[in-house]
Design a protein around this ligand. Structure first.
Ligand SMILES: Cc1cc2nc3c(=O)[nH]c(=O)nc-3n(C[C@H](O)[C@H](O)[C@H](O)COP(=O)(O)O)c2cc1C
Length: 325
């Protein structure tokens, strides 16, 4: 069974941390809660101490805690740190490395995986600064459990409600299971895949090969949407681009008709490849054959600001080959 640190912050959903602590303890895990000052306004340290059976870490300068530096001692033993609920404030502090209380300081000293379940008003959740902090955390390797949409405690409806306790428990179980394997570098992306998982072929490869889930015959000039049996859950702020494979294009004239196809972060369907045969002969795509490349890249969303005129530059309107002599 695992040693789990449970960070609890000043969200109205803090009371759900009690259910989480209780369920984890029933599963046989050792749980130690780390409670922020705002969190303690919304759920009592006494309740968390009773439910976890362990002293609650509330300060980096503890009066009553058995460890002199509990924020360090706890991390020496921890298999997982879960912050549920996580406020916008906590996300910002963790993204920027602030360490002004026990939880934020612990987040800097942990070596174990970190799961973060944010909860907040929907306008706060969609605020670009909150989203950019989440991106930074994802890139730092934190696993984010997105909040759910629904009726919020503030009376508004939208995305921001803490994920269900069962969802958080399932992600904890998956993370502990994954932690038994050697940690791999890279952005964690949840995936459902019928066949073998696409993989980078070399250390410097930018893309992974996508494989056909079924055989398809493409006559000259014909195109077809070839399923891959792959469904992905990309973090927000990322897209996956489906690109042609150079070998297939060079040898057989096979390309991707809508290249680069975009897989959006909220798409959950099959990653299909719209293959076109630009060659002179028919081509038989075999099931399992590598048919395209998948490149995951960061992308920005814009907010248009309509103005009367744009700022001048030396280049001005020069485009379409204006640099050629
Ligand atoms: C009743 C109440 C509920 C709150 N709920 C949330 C919330 O769900 N999410 C959030 O980001 N902030 C919420 N806040 C604001 C935070 O408590 C505030 O930003 C605080 O500074 C967070 O501190 P902490 O991150 O150290 O716990 C709430 C405040 C109050 C008074």
């Amino acid at each position: 069974m695992a040693e789990i640190l449970l960070g609890v912050t000043g969200s109205i959903a803090a009371y759900k941390a009690c259910d989480l602590a209780s369920a984890l303890r029933k599963q046989g895990h050792q749980v130690t809660a780390i409670l922020t000052r705002s969190g303690a306004r919304l759920v009592s340290a006494y309740a968390l101490r009773t439910l976890t059976g362990n002293p609650v870490i509330e300060s980096v300068f503890p009066e009553l805690h058995p460890d002199n530096c509990p924020h360090i001692a706890a991390t020496d033993r921890a298999d997982l740190l879960v912050v549920a609920p996580a406020t916008a404030n906590l996300l910002a502090k963790a993204a920027h490395g602030l360490a002004d209380d026990a939880l934020s300081t612990t987040l800097l000293s942990v070596r174990c995986p970190v799961l973060v379940a944010p909860a907040m008003n929907h306008r706060m959740w969609h605020n670009p600064r909150v989203q950019s902090n989440l991106l930074a955390l994802r890139e730092a390797g934190f696993q984010i459990i997105d909040p759910e949409a629904g009726m919020l405690a503030c009376g508004w409806e939208g995305q921001g409600r803490l994920a269900a306790v069962e969802t958080i428990l399932a992600r904890i179980a998956a993370s502990l299971e994954a932690g038994k394997q050697a940690p791999a570098p890279g952005l964690p992306v949840r995936v459902v895949c019928v066949g073998p998982l696409p993989a980078y072929q070399t250390a410097g490869a930018a893309g992974m090969d996508l494989m056909a889930a079924e055989a398809v015959r493409l006559g000259p000039g014909a195109h077809a949407l070839v399923p891959t049996g792959l469904r992905v859950e990309l973090p927000r702020g990322y897209e996956a681009q489906v690109r042609p494979r150079s070998g297939l294009a060079n040898k057989h004239g096979l390309s991707v008709l809508n290249a680069p196809g975009t897989i959006d972060a909220d798409y959950r369907g099959d990653v299909g490849v719209l293959l076109i045969n630009l060659g002179k002969s028919a081509y038989e795509v075999a099931a399992g054959e590598r048919i395209a490349q998948l490149v995951v890249a960061r992308c920005a969303r814009v907010r248009w600001q309509q103005v009367e005129a744009l700022e001048d530059t030396a280049r001005g309107e020069g485009g379409f080959g204006h640099t050629d002599a």
